[in-house]
Write a protein that binds this ligand. Structure first.
Ligand code: ADP
Ligand code: MG
Length: 724
């Protein structure tokens, strides 16, 4: 079939599609975590002693002894075999946003040829994938290319089902033989530990005596688009780059909000229910789902969990999303900006820290004491965002997210903190000396009583802020939809650790100087606000005035592209932050910078090649053959005495010519390879290559609006977005 014929066939296939029928869903009580080797299942199958050791490991992270590991491995194997698993796999998260696996059979054969199954504690604990096939930045040079995976017992093992079998999946870390982190999980675990250590100091100074281990929590809202598979098959750009590199704006986009507030289409509804059932089986607490702003866009938010588990679940959720969508005839797009001119997709990372004894420390609480702890932790976040804003920008940087940040839909590329009117006033009052506990006789009453009644007001939300306080947590809204949440969580936990450490030092000396607790807290927060209060902003983050004010008067950085953002990893303050907290050594940080910048360059180069390919083999042939048809119609009309205007023909010819000139320019530009530095190479991608791609697109999209609809090879925006 010619290009346009497959496009038209796709439309008719989809128009006649009906929702696939799935089995009647089982009740939640029956499926919830049924494929997870949870603590509850361990309790059933382990001895009391082994279970106690295991529980201790899960809750505190202390290593498991070899004997217990053997017992757990045997129980896990028995459980998995009963579930039909023949294979097991350590699953880990390399420095890219990918998920990696290496599968091994439980089977071993005896000399007599009989097959038995075996799974020991050491197989459970350690695996050896071929480390050299994963990007490891400069670590490749300094170490043997091999790496190994090690079980993370704080994240439960589970069964992954495919139509033909089941595999036991074992969440793991991935490191080099010399112990350097090669993955996204190790720094997350370390950042939690660093945060806990610093938080313990602050809480002890606040007079708390019973302080359980602190952990960070994460609830990530996932946005995505669904496109029918038939359309996707005719869009090489969607298949290979995850976004449309061409596509004229449809007459109707998202301006009516009819999708956002409308009913979920039936095919999508059926898919969502199936998707959620798959998540429930895996113990992922899917909580809300709804249409999003753009047509064809949806969101799913699981209930929040411990950050480490939430991060693993997020990766799994993306895999299950793609697989389930495929089953229902959809391609799930996790790209940050699949369609120009329409809202892109993000992953709002809701984050808080707390423990079993003090609760959520970002919850204002009900008593004055809780309020003081809350104010200190909240202040620590304010300081963190101010000092490490460029780092927060760097951890969400990608070629894809660049299309979204700074546009009038997603948070701007300037990192500021939104607190809400009430809380902003509390911090400003502290700064301006309007809260003077000593005036009230050392008692905390008038001043702080204003926040005692502080309640979450969802209406108070500022959707233009990249980093917003939302009642009992912060919401980092600038994270990209396809990204691992680990990077952002690591950055937030680590900046918090650093700030809490700073607060502990200041608090200690204020207390030593004889101040009572409340006065000491207020004085530390006043100093903090004087130094960092500039980062608080409650206005419209999209406005021109803010961009000017932020940069010129407040000294905040506007960091528009990945090429500008990633070098933050080389910054001395960032290096010192990670080294002092023990989260990443300088060489680990450097290797991350290398991997991320390489990924950025590769992403842009792949897109550039696709643009050249689609323009040359799709757009140009369609335009010129239609032009031939059009000019011959004009000629025959003219010989019949009818004179037709040649305007469209002339314009098609000139756009097609101009497009191919831009293609030639882009082809030459991607051949340039000699750059003085990685930074120069990234800037070249962000500037020259992206600019030239934009030129080609401009002409191609103009051609789409002129060439006969029946002759156009690629599914159009209006079709992909509105036909379900
Ligand atoms: P909205 O769309 O208003 O932001 P959602 O309910 O869609 O709200 O998503 C909010 C997310 O925040 C959910 O994943 C929720 O579980 C999570 N969340 C709620 N409380 C906390 C908390 N204390 N810490 C971390 N995440 C939280
Ligand atoms: Mg949200």
């Amino acid at each position: 079939m010619s290009g346009n014929a497959t496009r038209l066939a796709a439309i008719s296939a989809i128009t006649n599609a009906t929702p696939i029928s799935t089995e009647m869903p089982e009740p939640l009580s029956k499926i919830w975590a049924s494929d997870v080797f949870s603590l509850a299942k361990m309790e059933e199958s382990l001895s009391k002693k082994a279970f106690k050791a295991m529980k201790e490991t899960v809750h505190t992270g202390v290593p498991l002894d070899a004997a217990t590991a053997d017992i757990v491995a045997a129980a896990m194997k028995d459980w998995a075999l009963l579930k039909g698993a023949k294979f097991f796999s350590h699953i880990f998260y390399p420095m890219t946003n990918a998920t990696a696996e290496k599968h091994d059979g439980f089977i071993i054969t005896k000399p007599d040829g009989e097959a038995i199954t075996e799974f020991t504690g050491s197989l459970l604990i350690k695996g050896e994938p071929d480390g050299s096939s994963f990007p490891n930045g400069s670590l490749r040079m300094t170490n043997a290319a091999r790496g190994y995976t090690a079980w993370d017992p704080t994240s439960p093992a589970y069964i992954m089902n495919t139509p033909n079998g089941a595999t036991l999946m074992i969440p793991s870390v991935f490191m080099s033989w010399t112990g350097e982190a090669l993955d996204k999980k190790i720094p997350l675990l370390r950042s939690n530990a660093a945060m806990n250590k610093a938080a313990q100091k602050v809480l002890s100074l606040m007079g708390e005596t019973d302080i359980a281990t602190l952990n960070s929590s994460c609830g990530a809202e996932q946005e995505y688009f669904l496109i029918d598979d038939n359309f996707a098959a005719n869009r090489p750009d969607l298949l290979l780059a995850g976004r449309t590199l061409f596509g004229a704006a449809p007459a109707k986009g998202q301006q009516f909000d009819d999708h956002y507030f409308g009913a979920i289409p039936e095919r999508v509804q059926v898919f969502m229910q199936d998707f959620e059932d798959q998540l429930y089986k895996l113990g992922i607490p899917a909580k809300t789902h709804h249409n999003e702003v753009a047509p064809g866009q949806f969101e799913l938010a699981p209930y929040f969990e411990a950050a480490n588990v939430a991060a693993d679940h997020q990766q799994l959720l993306m895999t299950v999303l793609k697989n389930t969508a495929k089953k229902h005839g959809f391609l799930a797009l996790l790209h940050e900006k699949p369609f120009a001119g329409l809202n892109g997709s993000g992953k709002h990372v809701n984050w808080s820290v707390g423990n079993a004894t003090q609760g959520n420390l970002l919850d204002p609480g009900k008593t004055p004491e809780e309020n003081l702890n809350f104010l200190l932790f909240c202040g620590a976040v304010i300081r963190g965002v101010h000092l490490y804003g460029p780092l927060l920008r760097a951890v969400i940087a990608s070629a894809a997210n660049d299309h979204r940040l700074g546009a009038n839909e997603a948070p701007p590329a300037i990192l500021s903190v939104y607190l809400g009117d009430q809380l902003e006033k509390v911090f400003k009052d502290i700064q301006n000396g309007n809260i003077e506990p000593s005036v009230c006789g050392g008692e905390m009453d008038l001043g702080l009583s204003q926040i005692l009644g502080f309640t979450r007001d969802p209406g108070d939300r500022n959707r233009t802020s990249p980093f917003a306080f939302t009642g009992n947590r912060f919401e980092f809204r600038a994270v990209g939809s396809s990204q691992s949440v680990s990077g952002p969580l690591v950055a937030m936990n680590t900046m918090l650790a650093d700030s809490l450490d700073w607060i502990a030092t200041k608090l200690e000396s204020a207390l030593d100087s004889g101040k009572d607790q409340t006065s000491a807290v207020i004085s530390v927060l006043k100093e903090l606000m004087d130094l960092h209060g500039n980062v608080i902003f409650g206005g419209d983050g999209y406005s021109k005035e803010w961009h000017q004010l932020a940069v010129e008067e407040r000294g905040l950085k506007n960091i528009p592209t990945t090429a500008d953002a990633l070098p933050a990893f080389k910054d001395d303050t960032v290096k010192a932050l990670f080294e002092s907290t023990g989260v990443l050594s300088p060489i680990e940080l450097e290797s991350r910078y290398e991997v991320y910048s390489e990924q950025y360059i590769l992403a842009i180069e792949v897109e550039a090649k696709l643009v050249i390919d689609m323009a040359t083999t799709g757009v140009y042939p369609a335009a010129t053959s239609y032009l031939t048809e059009l000019t011959s119609s004009i000629a025959s009309a003219s010989s019949a005495g009818i004179s037709l205007d040649k305007g469209v023909a002339t314009s098609i010819a000139s756009d097609a010519d101009a497009m191919m000139k831009s293609v030639a320019g882009l082809s030459a530009a991607i051949e340039v390879h000699d750059f003085a530095s990685v930074e120069d190479h990234m800037q070249y991608c962000a500037g020259t290559l992206c600019g030239l791609m934009g030129d080609v697109r401009k002409y191609a999209d103009s051609l789409e609006a002129q060439v006969a609809d029946s002759a156009w090879p690629f599914p159009k925006y209006s079709e992909m977005l509105f036909i379900k």
